[in-house]
Ligand binder design. Structure first.
Ligand code: OGA
Ligand code: NI
Length: 337
């Protein structure tokens, strides 16, 4: 950290030995030995901190590098170019949002997060029955077709990540004591989203009033994140202590979101996390949000209710749950309500 940066005490992560967040070899997602061990490790991580690093995940390094390159290429454009695919123009929450456009901690931050991003979702044609029916969050992507090749790279990575997410959620089902294919019926048209992010550098006296990504829990089911070498991701443990989640080259940071917490009645908890880019340079990350079908029920799973225990959350659906969260955190949606 350079001496022109001063973090408010509330933003300092505890200096702890490494291994706060477990590193799990997930090669058994593709079959072969080690599945029981992997499932046990995933279950333990989700019960204890809600985060783990996944290594040997099978996503080609070269593809990840291309996605970073395309993300940088887009974010480096002049604002007027980016406006051509602004999220405000999309009926289904796709495209570019400016710095401050998302506010993950509205209770503390007046101006929104110090990051810009781009939402790529499932690319459904305007003639698709759900789009015709006006189902929220369903529809075509906005593509910056003035950047040749951009769409192909993003779509290839998106497809790869949907496949990885499907495998991963099978392991989660096993970790919850259910059949591997338990979630399958809820994965019809997954509401999966790739959301590349760009964090400008931050310096000076930094407080919780504005950081890269304000403290939040993720909304959905699973998040699979690539972060570059800049660092700055922090995770809050269940005891309230903030710890660093430093980059491990090539590894995914996997964490669970509020929907998984609801399904599991809090057995798997979605832990708060935040980003403060004090690297002195730009920071890029590639979160991928794996969420189920709009109509998937979100209510306590049968294996997650102990005798005598009551569900902590009212039943809802994946679509209703996500819409509520998105409306609460995106500035352009505030104007609509
Ligand atoms: C998010 C998030 C972390 C990062 O987008 O929900 O927590 O490193 N991102 O960008
Ligand atoms: Ni998050």
């Amino acid at each position: 950290m350079s001496d022109s940066i001063e973090l408010a005490p509330a933003l300092r992560a505890a200096q702890m030995p490494l291994a706060q967040i477990p590193v799990i070899d997930v090669s058994a997602l593709y079959g072969g030995p080690g599945e029981d061990e992997m499932v046990a490790q995933i279950g333990k991580a989700c019960r204890e901190i809600g985060f783990f690093y996944a290594i040997n995940h099978g996503v080609p390094e070269a593809l990840i590098a291309e996605v970073y390159a395309e993300a940088r290429r887009f974010f480096a454009l002049p604002e007027a170019e980016k406006e051509r695919v602004a999220i405000e123009q999309s009926a289904c929450h796709r495209g570019w949002f400016r710095v401050g456009g998302e506010n993950l901690d509205p209770a503390k931050q007046a101006k929104g997060d110090l990051k810009e991003g781009y939402k790529v979702g499932r690319d459904l044609a305007p003639t698709h029955e759900r789009v015709v029916a006006g189902v929220p969050l369903h529809g075509p992507n906005q593509w910056p077709d003035f950047l040749p090749g951009w769409q192909d790279v993003m779509q290839a990575y998106y497809d790869e990540m949907v496949a990885l997410g499907r495998r991963m959620i099978g392991a989660f089902a096993l970790a919850l004591g259910m059949e591997e294919n338990f979630f399958e019926p809820w994965l019809g048209i997954t509401m999966t989203t790739l959301g590349p992010l760009h964090y400008p550098p931050q310096s000076g006296h930094i407080t919780e009033a504005q950081i890269g990504a304000g403290a939040h829990t993720d909304y959905g089911c699973l998040t699979l994140l690539q972060q570059d070498a800049a660092g700055g991701l922090q995770v809050q443990r269940r005891d309230g202590v903030w710890v660093d989640a430093p980059p491990i080259p090539g590894a995914y940071v996997v964490n669970i979101g509020d929907m998984m917490e609801r399904w599991t009645n809090g057995v798997f908890q979605s832990n708060p996390h935040r980003v403060i880019n004090i690297s002195g340079g730009e920071r890029y990350s590639l979160p991928f949000f794996f969420d189920p079908d709009f109509y998937a029920p979100v209510e306590c799973l049968p294996t997650c209710l102990q005798p005598g225990e009551a569900p902590k959350y009212a039943p809802t659906t994946a679509g209703a749950h996500l819409l509520e969260k998105i409306y609460a955190s995106f500035e352009y949606k505030q104007a609509e309500v």
